[in-house]
Design a protein around this ligand. Structure first.
Ligand SMILES: [Zn+2]
Length: 242
C-alpha cells in the first residue's frame, strides 16, 4: 500500500469534500474456500491453505442505492465518508477487504483521492456552495420544477418549528423527490449533499462556517422556490447517469 503525504499547504483538520465522477470501485473479497482435501498434501498443487477470490465492486448508497457521483468527505487520516447526491444519505465506506477490520483500506483510499484530486487545500465547503450559487445567478444552470418542489419543502422542514437544522431533515426532502431525481439539477443536489456532509462532520454544527453554509444554501433554496414557472427549465438535466 502506497503511503500518501498530506498535500503542501493543507492542514490535518481541513474537511475535504470532493465529488467523484462515476463509480468508486474497490477490491473486495468475493469468496474464501479451503483447498480441496488432499491438495495440500500433494506438493504439485499451488502452495497455500485456502483460496481467496477478490472482485471489484462499486461503493453503493445504503439507502437509494446509487453507485455514482458520490461526494467523498473526511479529514486527513479519517475513514472515507460518502454522501449520496440523490438521497442525501451519508455512510462510512467499508468493504470486505483483506485484513481491513480497522478501516485501513478506507483511510488509505480517502488519502489517495485527496492527493490525486490536486484540489486546492484551502477550499472550504462554503466556497464550493458559493460557486454553485454564483453559477446559478450567471445562468449556467437553471432549476427544474422538481428542484422547485424540493426547494419548497426545505425551508419548511429545515427552518420550521419542527425540523431544526438537522441534516436528516434535508435528506428527507431529497428522498421525497427521489422518484424524479433525473429531473433534478446536479448542482442543486450537490449543494444540499455537501451541506449534509458538513452538518454530519464531527466538530461541525455550531461554528460560524457551518451556519454560513446553511444560510447560503437555504438562501439559494428560497430563490429557487420563488421562481416563476416560466423561469424553470423544461428539459430533463439527466447529468447523473443511472
Ligand atoms: Zn442514495
Amino acid at each position: 500500500m502506497i503511503e500518501h503525504s498530506l498535500p503542501p499547504g493543507a492542514t490535518i483538520d481541513h474537511l475535504w469534500q470532493l465529488r467523484v465522477a462515476g463509480e468508486i470501485r474497490v477490491r473486495a473479497v468475493d469468496w474464501v474456500a479451503p483447498l480441496p482435501q488432499g491438495l495440500v498434501a500433494d506438493y504439485s498443487t499451488p502452495d497455500g491453505d485456502v483460496f481467496v477470490s477478490t472482485v471489484l465492486v462499486p461503493l453503493v448508497c445504503v439507502r437509494c442505492p446509487s453507485t455514482r457521483s458520490h461526494i467523498v468527505q473526511g479529514r486527513w487520516g479519517d475513514e472515507l465518508t460518502l454522501i449520496c447526491i440523490r438521497c442525501g444519505t451519508d455512510w462510512t465506506g467499508r468493504w470486505a477487504g483483506i485484513g481491513d477490520d480497522d478501516g485501513a483500506a478506507s483511510r488509505a483510499l480517502l488519502k489517495q483521492i485527496i492527493v490525486e484530486s490536486g484540489f486546492t487545500p484551502g477550499t472550504g465547503v462554503g466556497d464550493t456552495i458559493g460557486d454553485i450559487r454564483d453559477e446559478f445567478h450567471a445562468g449556467l444552470w437553471t432549476p427544474s420544477r422538481i428542484d422547485q418542489r424540493l426547494a419548497d419543502a426545505l425551508p419548511l422542514t429545515v427552518q420550521g418549528d419542527h425540523g431544526g437544522t438537522g441534516p436528516e431533515a434535508i435528506a428527507q426532502c431529497m428522498v421525497s423527490t427521489l422518484p424524479d431525481w433525473r429531473l433534478r439539477s446536479l448542482r442543486f443536489s450537490e449543494a444540499l449533499a455537501r451541506t449534509i456532509g458538513l452538518l454530519r462532520a464531527p466538530g461541525a454544527g455550531t461554528d460560524t462556517e457551518t451556519l454560513d453554509v446553511l444560510d447560503s444554501v437555504m438562501g439559494l433554496a428560497r430563490t429557487i422556490a420563488a421562481l416563476e414557472p416560466g423561469d424553470l427549465r423544461h428539459e430533463p438535466e439527466a447529468q447523473i447517469e443511472s
